[in-house]
Design a protein around this ligand. Structure first.
Ligand code: UDX
Length: 459
């Protein structure tokens, strides 16, 4: 019988990456595989503070840390700073870690790292693995369509569709593959309409992934074939294994970086089915204060039960605070938390729709639970996800900005009412939910892909 392996798993240090890779690590560990999960020291401290005991017990998933090159109290939100620092120090630390494991194994081959699963956004790790003779696979935390677009960057530059900074000089629709929809320039995965410097930084970062992706032939995607068939077929070596879900057993093992406020689940219990609007914009979205107030006014005007995740750093103000008397006025129907157990919230029968930034994890969590979506993307792949949500799967609507780009309270109210009232959207949501469940069921394509991947690792 083939031996079980010791697998090293390494995510990019951010919530939207740690969560799906930790879920994947636990799924693989269920097949008897030993996992070493590598976080940066900073992320590890945050995860452990929010989930005491996560690293204890009989789990086959062991956590280790390496530094990201920044001081403990240094700001990590600036994308160019953190990515430069990661690239400067982490490859050597990763190599040292693998050598240390080998030394400690005392010649026992079962203990040595024999396979690596690296987030493609830390694709340099695949080069470390190659150098050390370790088998490897890439993991992509966004949609398969976003991966196809990323891998097509050289062709897009060559064809003059985008320039060397990723800007599309012409206003034409962009075709990546024949079977995929034609995209608007805002749908480019590196898009950041509010800040051209971030656009350029993400483009440079994603361009490096194209180079690193040549170090592997296997691309695990947190998606499923029935959802993104053309994109999956467009990536040689694609293994769609999603949606990775936090099953009841894993619910407390998804590595939240903030303390989840579970009082909102009891609050939801007190509401009838399909009555609550859930609003959550992920871990990195930032609003200007004017936009933040407009959203709050829109929710106040609609006067329906709502649950809103307001991270302390959700706005660009020094602290995120509501305008005068807002919380008092909405106290009978609104609840605000700093961080929610989002997957349980979306699975709750009381939730009627999800006002989202369209991060890929949030999108998948909404789809898997059949929840209609209202989309307000912020940057990166979120615009592409919105296009799929609104135009391809037709499971939600987008909000439009006014002539200054502001999404007004009237727009928020109008679109929320439209999403809540659409039988067509709800029917499409239920169809996609069924497809998602099927893909991870016994005979489902994602489960089969995961099982063949495990076989590949063992071989
Ligand atoms: C980022 C990018 O924005 C996203 O587009 C990319 O695809 C992955 O990385 P993020 O902005 O954090 O992620 O959004 P998202 O992908 O939606 O991930 C957020 C995760 O945090 C989700 O798994 C969600 O369930 C969780 N979450 C969010 C909570 O558990 N509680 C909350 O209150 C809010």
């Amino acid at each position: 019988m083939a031996k079980f392996k010791h697998v090293l798993v390494i995510p990019y240090p951010a919530q939207g990456h740690v969560t799906p890779l930790l879920k994947l690590a636990h799924c693989i560990a269920d097949y008897g595989v030993k996992i070493t999960f590598v976080n940066t020291e900073s992320i590890h401290a945050q995860v452990m503070a929010a989930n005491p005991g996560l690293d204890e017990g009989s789990s086959r998933v062991k956590f280790v840390t390496i530094p990201d090159g920044l001081e403990t109290d240094e700001e990590r939100k600036d994308i160019p700073t953190i990515t430069e620092s990661i690239l400067r120090v982490m490859p050597d630390h990763l190599q040292e870690l693998i050598e240390k494991v080998k030394k400690q194994s005392d010649g026992n081959e079962d203990e040595q790292i024999s396979f690596m699963i690296a987030d493609l956004t830390v694709g340099w790790a695949l080069e470390v693995a190659e150098r050390m003779g370790i088998e490897r696979a890439g993991f992509w935390p966004a949609s398969a369509s976003a991966l196809v677009m990323t891998l097509h960057i050289p062709k897009l530059i060559e064809g003059g569709v985008v320039d060397n900074n990723g800007f599309a000089p012409k206003n034409d629709l962009i075709t990546i593959l024949e079977d995929l929809p034609a995209y608007k320039s805002n749908d480019l995965v590196w898009s950041c309409p509010e800040d051209p410097a971030i656009h350029k930084a993400i483009f440079k970062f994603l361009s490096s992934i194209v180079h690193h992706s040549k170090r592997t032939n296997s691309f695990l995607c947190n998606s499923f074939r029935d959802l993104e068939a053309p994109a999956c077929s467009g990536i040689p070596g694609a293994l769609p294994i999603g949606p990775l879900m936090a099953s009841a057993r894993l619910v407390h093992r998804r590595g939240s970086l903030w303390n989840e406020d579970s009082t909102c689940l009891n609050w939801l219990d007190q509401h009838p089915a399909l009555s609550v609007i859930y609003i959550g914009f992920g871990s990195t979205t930032i609003f200007g204060m004017e936009q933040f107030y407009e959203l709050a006014h829109g929710l106040e005007q609609i006067a329906r039960p709502f649950l809103w995740v307001v991270r302390p750093d959700l706005t660009d103000g020094p602290v995120t605070e509501f305008h005068d008397g807002f919380l008092q006025r909405v106290r009978n129907y609104g609840k605000v938390v700093q961080w929610a157990p989002q997957e349980e919230v979306l699975a709750h029968p009381a939730v009627a729709c999800f006002f989202t930034h369209c991060g890929w994890n949030s999108t998948l969590e909404g789809l898997s639970n059949g929840v209609p979506l209202l989309c307000r993307p912020y940057f990166s792949d979120q615009f592409l996800n919105r296009s799929f949500i609104c135009d391809v799967w037709r499971v939600g609507l987008g909000v439009d900005g006014d002539e200054n780009g502001l999404i007004t309270r009237h727009e928020v109210r109008k679109k929320l009412l439209a999403v809540l009232g659409s039988d067509e959207i709800r029917a499409n949501c239920l169809r996609v939910k069924e497809m998602a469940r099927k893909s991870v069921s016994e005979e489902g394509s994602s489960l089969k892909n995961l099982q063949s991947f495990i076989e590949l690792m063992k071989a």
